[in-house]
Ligand binder design. Sequence first.
Ligand code: GLU
Length: 463
Amino acid sequence: MTTIATRFAPSPTGYLHIGGARTAIFCWLFARKNKGRFILRVEDTDQQRSTPEMTGAILDAMNWLGLDCDEGPFFQSERTSLYLEYIQKLVESGNAYHCTCTPEEVERMREQARQKGQKPKYNGQCRDAGIKPGPDTVVRLKAPLTGRTMFRDLVKGPISFDNQELDDFVLQRKDGSPTYNLAVVVDDIEMKMTHILRGDDHINNTPKQILIYQALGADLPLFGHVPMILGPDKKKLSKRHGALSVMAYKEMGYLPEAMLNYLVRLGWSYQDEEIFSRQDLIEKFSLDNLGSSACVFDVNKLTWLNSHYIKETAISRLADILTEHLAPELIPNDRSYLEQIIPLLQTRAGTMQEMAEMAEFFLVEDTNLAFDNKAVAKFLTPEAKEYLKEIAFRLDNNLNEFDQNSLEQEFSAYIQEKKIKFKAIAQPLRVAISGKTASPGLFETMEVLGREKVLNRLKRASG
Ligand code: GLU
């Protein structure tokens, strides 16, 4: 039995973007599900636009998502001699030929075809001219002139192209370099790929690639083209819809498991389930459930999944990630303090960046606590300040333990004595200790802050 093999083949001309990451995830999942091979191939033949920094960034993003590969990364830029061998084979077998037509001549042929209302293409002038290799020749595939090239797309179903639409396209340029389609096919044959999953922006390359396979007498892999991702306005997802790079989402505080789960669901479904662990995905993934129409990227759903994973994640890992999102001067020396703060925020934060913002008041020096001016004007009234002074006195003197229970009892005694509702002191207290009108529960917040900080802050706010 042949081992299932897939590959992710990014061009390192930019960061790993949402669409590329989703393709990579599908390939990786399909390989893992079928106990197959997942290969990473860097398509860096465009020397002007490819950079090692981008290759590094793509590898980092794959690593972050946990997409481990079994072989590679292979670099196309290091494999030119292999591509040239294949071109040579095609020429020797009569399936490709050298052509001396200049780009201007080819443009003229295209124009003539256009005028006749035909598809603009190279007219095959050198096809049977027996031209020898020379400094000014390109190598073209001798493509079939009639018939159709067909394949059953794993996602979109049967697809067929009229061969008359395709021309004798170039396999090797005048400067000796192999073209994109040739290199892809050679690699996919050499790497024994069984399934090619890629974005549907490549669908027009597929018939050309099939013709190269056929000319080489090689077995065809199966092809599946996944639909593109759209923005909320149903236009192709682009920068104006928000960040495209996967790692920008890491920086915004999304967890890799949320990103993985979200991207898989964007185009794949399993019953009506939404939450999938990595293991679930490996077990349940199948190409049959890939949708054939374009999907809309919805950052709110990603955030919803992220909050779910934040709730599920161990405190110590959250502490590591949270640290990356905090300003250096806010990172406490005592890590256990951070680990006490996190459970209070874990149910409230949509992203780790948001958690970092929520954690800030716990971490600033008491004298640096920033107050929201509106909240101060509304809640720190002269009357409220008097309450806060009395409360500070009581918390200083009446409590042995500074924990939620004792705090709750002390406050209930206080409001009974004063014949006031808790409401009269809740917001002033919250503003005093956090600077804001929203925070986790008051008693748990005070317990974590500890007596000293609470007293300092009450004194500062009531002074
Ligand atoms: N290098 C191509 C890209 O980044 C992928 C080609 C393929 O998967 O066949 O879009």
